[in-house]
Design a protein around this ligand. Structure first.
Ligand SMILES: Cc1cc2nc3c(=O)[nH]c(=O)nc-3n(C[C@H](O)[C@H](O)[C@H](O)COP(=O)(O)OP(=O)(O)OC[C@H]3O[C@@H](n4cnc5c(N)ncnc54)[C@H](O)[C@@H]3O)c2cc1C
Length: 425
């Protein structure tokens, strides 16, 4: 009997592949439905994978091992698998989604495929303990009663704490440590950033295209909390739509940079973000554009808010004016050149120190976890715990935004499921 803990992305793939290979499978899931996190993916549209398969989209300390796993269940295998179970797919600007754009359809198709096969899912089963003797003994509270299950082979597919408002926790990491399996430090990834000396109440919700550069300084500022030396890149830049919030910044470019910020902050280093609101213009052009407003008869008689319109959304402009010392109600011709230059400099580049990351509830995935060197990449089996398999977010791989985390979860699940059934390709 094969046991799987977690009926999420990797757990369902593992269950289907194992059962298709002739195994009887029991899945223990603490929610009352499958794939609760899957339902929330891609804003409910479920970004399954991506056309761009560059390795830099998978972040790990052991890329060569990750590659071996991804090659066994490629992007094309994922698309074909979903087509087989009734989910046609389409590609939008490189991002693959179900044709119907509904994560719910993906979950239903996976659930129906499990029902067709010898897969028994026990919902409302909160696993609290795993021990290893001759077999694996799994303790779970089911409908208020404590039950013990015995499995010859066990696939741990219960994800990390990211999205903890959806019922996630760090149970998997704790259980793995209790079995003597090394777990690297883990942190939220694909998560917004909190900024220092920043009051964004008046601009919360404002969105605009921008470029964001993350800079990691060499000196260690926080020796007490310094945990590891950082070998991460020092300067990283991403562009796209950013969202200003009351605590800092969010949006895809920010989320992409967050795992590097997390690692650098953990190693006690100072991290800043520089935001360029008009990245297509050089500094000189921005300065000229702003200064020309006070000289032009079109703008000089207006108030500052209207005189400086059109560069960024009005709320953001008023906020930047405050930083530059400009009263939005003052007449343009009364605003000093120094103040206008300060406003132009802010448009060109605003730099903030990063205070920290938002909590797991706002994270899409977890970075860190079980090093891939602990796993047989042909099977997902833990090298020194025969019969135990680990998949998905519990492993030290976090993908960029764009479908890479689900791709990783699906690939691991498929490899583990086939391995327990002995049907590896
Ligand atoms: C809001 C949001 C949006 C996202 N959007 C995307 C996207 O569009 N594309 C993409 O590639 N990735 C996306 N991700 C990331 C992606 O969802 C995860 O990386 C992926 O689901 C991880 O798969 P997994 O199988 O490891 O874990 P999960 O899918 O999280 O499944 C784990 C399962 O285990 C169960 N479980 C946990 N603990 C226990 C326990 N103690 N007992 C019993 N059951 C337990 C959970 O309830 C859950 O069903 C998003 C994540 C979030 C939070």
């Amino acid at each position: 009997m094969i046991g799987i803990i977690g009926c999420g992305a990797s757990g369902m793939l593992a269950a289907i592949m194992a059962a298709r290979g002739g195994c009887e499978v029991t899945v223990l899931e603490h929610n009352d439905k499958p794939g609760r996190k899957l339902l929330a993916t891609g804003n409910g549209h479920c970004n399954l994978t991506n056309e761009d398969q560059s390795e830099s989209n998978f972040r790990t300390d052991c890329l060569s091992e990750a590659r071996k796993i991804l090659e066994q269940f490629s992007k094309q295998s994922i698309l074909s698998f979903f087509e087989e179970i009734g989910i046609l797919t389409h590609c939008k600007r490189g991002y693959w989604y179900p044709q119907c754009d509904q994560a719910a359809a993906v979950v239903t198709a996976l659930e129906e495929e499990m029902k067709r096969l010898p897969v028994h899912v026990i919902y409302g089963a909160d696993v609290t303990r795993i021990t290893k003797g001759k077999q694996f003994t799994v303790t779970a509270t089911v409908q208020g009663n404590v039950n013990e299950f015995s499995f010859e082979r066990l696939i741990l597919a219960c994800g990390g704490p990211a999205g903890d408002h959806l019922g996630q926790s760090d149970f998997g990491f704790r259980a793995l440590r209790s079995l003597g399996i090394p777990v690297m430090r883990y942190r939220p990834a694909l998560v917004p950033l909190e900024l220092e000396n920043y009051d964004g109440k008046s601009i919360a919700g404002v969105r605009m295209e921008a470029s964001v550069r993350l800079h990691v300084y060499d000196h260690i500022t926080d020796t007490e909390n310094s945990s590891e030396t950082s070998s991460e890149p020092k300067n990283l830049e991403e562009s796209g739509e950013i969202v200003w919030t009351d605590y800092g910044i969010s949006g895809i470019p920010v989320m992409q940079l967050s795992r590097y910020a997390a690692k650098a902050l953990d190693s006690g280093r100072e991290v800043t973000v520089s935001i360029r609101l008009l990245p297509e213009n050089d500094t000189k052009t921005i300065h000229e554009l702003v200064l020309s407003r006070s000289e032009s008869p079109v703008f000089s008689s207006r108030n500052a808010l209207e005189g400086l319109c059109g560069f960024v959304p009005a709320k953001l402009s008023a906020w930047i004016m405050k930083r530059a010392g400009i009263d939005p109600a003052s007449r343009m011709c009364d605003v000093s050149k120094d103040m206008l230059l300060r406003y132009a400099m802010e448009l060109d580049q605003m730099t903030f120190r990063v205070k920290g990351l938002r909590p797991y509830a706002q994270a899409q995935t977890t970075c860190g976890g079980v090093p891939l060197t602990e796993i047989d990449t042909g099977t997902m089996e833990v090298r020194f715990v025969p019969g135990l398999y680990i998949t998905g977010e519990l492993l030290d791989v976090d993908g960029a935004c764009g479908g890479y985390n689900l791709q990783w979860a699906f690939a691991c699940g498929a490899v583990a499921g086939r391995a327990v059934a002995g049907t590896q390709q």
